[in-house]
Design a protein around this ligand. Structure first.
Ligand SMILES: [Zn+2]
Length: 275
C-alpha cells in the first residue's frame, strides 16, 4: 500500500473520545476530510443527533484516534473522497489507517446485535470485539481471505477483464478462499474455474488488506501447465497472454494487482526463467 507521513499506531480502547482527540470521519463510501489532511478533531465533527458512536483506532502521533460515520446529508458540498480513489490514486495516503477504519466501522455496524440470540452486544473490555452477555461469545471483525495470481507462460503472462466490474483496465484472476481450502488450492481452483487452465509452481509473493468490505488479498505467481483458455462468461469478459510493455491498461502500483503485474514484468524482462 501507499506510504504516508501520518504516524499511526494501531490500538484499542473502549473509552469515549475527548475534546482534542482525532477522528477519521467516514461518510457513505468515502472519507469526509478537512482541507489539510485526513483527520478531524472531535469538535469539528458536524453535530449529529443520530450519531451511532465512535470506535477506537489507536493513536496518531500520541493522540487518540477514533472512527465514526457522518450522514451524507450533513456533508453536502464538503470534501468527501471515495475510499477506492484514496487507495488507488493518492500516493501519500495513510492507506493502512483508512483501510482499517473502514473495516472496523463495518464490523461495529454489523455486530450491534448477537448473531446467535439477537440481543444487543457491548464492547469487550480488553479486545477489539463485540460481546454478547447472554451467550458469552465474542464477535470479532470479519476477514475474507482472497487469492490473486499472475500466471506466466514463457515470456507472456495472463491478464483478464472482469465481466462484472465496469473498469477500463485488465487485471488478474482472483477469488475468495472457500472453507477447508489452502491458499494454494484456492489459486488452482479459481484459475481452473475461470479460465480452464492448469497451473503449477504456485508461489506466494505478497498480501494486502482490501476493505471492500473486508478482504485480505494474498498474491501469487504461478506457471502455466496446460489447457486452453475457456472463459467463465459470468466472471470474465476477455483474457489473453501479454508481453511486458505491450499490454492493455492495468491497475496502478498502489494496489497489489498492479504491483504483482509490475514484478512479473520485471522478472520476465530480466530474463528470469519461470518459477
Ligand atoms: Zn447472544
Amino acid at each position: 500500500m501507499a506510504t504516508s507521513t501520518i504516524q499511526w499506531s494501531p490500538g484499542w480502547t473502549t473509552k469515549a473520545p475527548e475534546q482534542g482527540d482525532l477522528v477519521l470521519a467516514l461518510s457513505g463510501s468515502g472519507i469526509f476530510k478537512p482541507d489539510d489532511g485526513w483527520l478531524q478533531t472531535l469538535e469539528s465533527i458536524p453535530d449529529n443527533p443520530g450519531n451511532a458512536g465512535f470506535v477506537s483506532l489507536g493513536s496518531v502521533n500520541g493522540r487518540p484516534v477514533f472512527v465514526t460515520q457522518v450522514p451524507e446529508s450533513l456533508v453536502v458540498g464538503r470534501d468527501v473522497v471515495p475510499l477506492r480513489d484514496a487507495l488507488m490514486m493518492i500516493s501519500d495516503v495513510p492507506a493502512a489507517m483508512l483501510s482499517t477504519g473502514f473495516q472496523v466501522w463495518q464490523w461495529f455496524q454489523d455486530h450491534q446485535y448477537c448473531g446467535r440470540c439477537g440481543g444487543s452486544t457491548v464492547f469487550h473490555p480488553r479486545e477489539r470485539a463485540k460481546w454478547c452477555n447472554n451467550c458469552n461469545i465474542p464477535w470479532y471483525p470479519r476477514l475474507a481471505p482472497c487469492v490473486i495470481v499472475v500466471i506466466r507462460k514463457q515470456d507472456r503472462y495472463l491478464l483478464a477483464k472482469s465481466s462484472r466490474v465496469k473498469r477500463h483496465f485488465y487485471s488478474l484472476i482472483a477469488g475468495f478462499v472457500e472453507p477447508g481450502e489452502s491458499l494454494e488450492a484456492a489459486v488452482a481452483r479459481e484459475v481452473k474455474e475461470e479460465t480452464g487452465l492448469d497451473i503449477t509452481n504456485i508461489q506466494y509473493q505478497a498480501s494486502e488488506p482490501w476493505p471492500f468490505p473486508h478482504q485480505l488479498m494474498a498474491g501469487f505467481f504461478a506457471d502455466y501447465a496446460g489447457g486452453e483458455l475457456v472463459l467463465q462468461e459470468d466472471e470474465l469478459a476477455d483474457a489473453g497472454w501479454f508481453l511486458p510493455g505491450s499490454r492493455p491498461p492495468v491497475p496502478p502500483d498502489t494496489t497489489i494487482s498492479g504491483r504483482l503485474i509490475r514484478d512479473m514484468e520485471i522478472r520476465i524482462a530480466s530474463g528470469g526463467r519461470g518459477l
